[in-house]
Design a protein around this ligand. Structure first.
Ligand code: DX5
Ligand code: ZN
Length: 234
């Protein structure tokens, strides 16, 4: 017996540029550069504990909020994200994504919901689908890391693609409106692979901000992803 058709139309993949690879001295310009071609901006928050690197916190998000109307997709690579959720919401984050590896996931999801945040749940490359599966109906986004988080410019891990496929299949079979995001090593080639596997949001740092025209780079990534999806259904 085949599964009932999903009531949710297949989403068109889109790109969320990661400011991790942008000029931190000019983040307003980095946001403005992609605003014509993107709707989301990915903000990587690192605590030097969950990952071996430090980036930005709520004050920087609040400052950038005054310069951009993009959706702030805030990726919290923090050992204790619950401590900072309200601060990120107050700073202007639209969505927050916490890592399932830190534990206490149900309570973190409830708190993000209570705060009115779009709810994201991330899994590292070696974290299995089964870790996120129990939470699928409670979240708005599942982030499958395609690198071990901490640094931009790493190589995409294709071994994560089967998990991307499983997440997307589970979401569709349950008729859920859940975005499937990949993050790490996304370029025009891997964007196509990820989209073909079911990713609907492609985070890209160095492929967008490491080139002279970030807006055009993001547009081309989205085009590559959409072409792959088109190809897969025809
Ligand atoms: C990695 C971050 C990513 C990073 C991706 O820890 O979560 O968002 O910016 O950078 P690229 O696209 O260069 O791999
Ligand atoms: Zn990220």
């Amino acid at each position: 017996m085949s599964a009932a058709p999903s009531p949710v139309p297949p989403p068109v993949p889109h790109v969320a540029p990661s400011i991790l690879s942008a000029d931190f001295g000019n983040l307003a310009a980095a946001a403005a550069a992609v605003a014509p071609t993107c709707e989301w901006l990915h903000v990587d928050v690192m605590d030097g504990h969950f990952v071996p690197n430090l980036t930005v916190g709520p004050p920087v998000v609040a400052s950038l909020r005054r310069h951009s109307t993009l959706f702030f997709d805030t990726h919290l690579m923090l050992s204790d994200p619950g401590r900072y959720l309200a601060a990120f919401r107050d700073a202007g984050a639209d969505g927050c994504t916490v890592h399932v590896e830190v534990g206490g996931t149900a309570a973190l999801i409830a708190e993000m919901r209570r705060l009115g945040l779009r709810v994201g749940l991330a899994a590292n490359p070696d974290t299995p689908f089964e870790a996120v599966e129990p939470h699928l109906s409670q979240v708005d986004l599942v982030l499958c890391m395609t690198v071990f988080p901490g640094f931009g410019g790493q190589s995409f891990r294709p071994e994560v693609l089967p998990k991307v496929r499983r997440v997307r299949q589970a979401v569709e079979q349950a008729g859920l409106d859940v975005a499937v995001e990949v993050d790490g090593g996304v370029d025009e080639h891997t964007a196509a692979l990820a989209a073909e596997a079911g990713a609907t949001v492609l985070v890209a740092g160095s492929a967008v901000y490491g080139v002279p025209d970030p807006g055009e780079a993001a547009r081309r990534l989205a085009e590559a992803a959409r072409a792959a999806v088109q190809h897969a259904v025809t």
